[in-house]
Design a protein around this ligand. Structure first.
Ligand code: C5P
Length: 215
């Protein structure tokens, strides 16, 4: 049976980098599920769709193609904000559900398992995951990290804007009715506020190795 590592956490907590490194280390396939919501958000912006128009947004979610997920436009702050707005709709989430489930169950030839990162992986998408991690860090540290990342993409932004966006995003993700961001009951919490990415990876790896060796 293919193994699953589920990684959830807040915006800019470092979960994506950790997830990617864990996937490489264990020889598992990796899916950044945020990209699915970002792809729908990008399409919604392009179509000038109303973010309250559930039906149109859900329709956009059904036509997302895997190759769209590599579009660098998905990394922008504007698309990230749009992703969090489309993600509140149950119908959008439902349209993306099977893709994520299939990825977890059938990660592809040569892969021993899958690592998925997002907001609801341990709670909704893969409630039976072998390993569940919940990654967080203090908001000011996350804002600083995201600010540097967006600067590296050439975005014209201020730290204050990024901090305000982060606050809004945390609030929307944690308080929505559908699949709100929260640690799964059996998730292991990792606070990366004072950890380098290498130190965070070592902790996550040790934890995952211990759990997987007991399976
Ligand atoms: O992780 P990332 O910042 O790329 O995610 C963008 C947005 O997509 C999040 O703020 C969240 O609203 C939504 N999302 C979600 N469920 C996931 C992954 C992302 O609701 N599994």
């Amino acid at each position: 049976m293919s193994k699953v590592i589920a990684i959830d956490g807040t915006f800019a907590s470092g979960k994506g980098t950790l997830a990617k490194r864990l996937a490489t280390y264990f020889g598992y396939a990796y899916l950044d599920t945020g990209k699915l919501y970002r792809a729908v958000g990008a399409r919604a912006l392009e179509a000038k769709a109303n973010f309250d128009d559930t039906k149109t947004l859900a329709k956009l979610a059904t036509i997302i193609k895997p190759k769209e997920l590599d579009n660098p436009v998905l990394k922008s702050g504007a698309v990230g904000a749009a992703a969090s707005k489309v993600a509140v709709h149950a119908e959008v989430r439902a349209a993306l559900y099977n893709f994520q489930r299939n990825f977890a169950a059938h990660p592809g030839k040569g892969f021993m398992g899958a690592v998925l990162d997002g907001r609801d992986i341990g709670t909704i998408i893969c409630p039976d995951a072998d390993v569940k991690l919940y990654i967080d860090a203090k908001p000011e540290v996350r804002a600083e990290r995201r600010y540097k990342e967006l600067l590296s993409y050439g975005e014209d932004i201020t730290l204050a804007n990024v901090a305000a966006d982060l606050k809004e995003r945390d609030h929307r993700d944690q308080n929505r009715t559908e699949a709100p961001l929260k640690p799964a009951v059996n998730a292991h919490l990792l606070d990366t506020t004072n950890l380098s990415i290498d130190a965070a990876f070592e902790r996550a790896k040790a934890l995952a190795e211990t759990i997987l060796s007991q399976k």
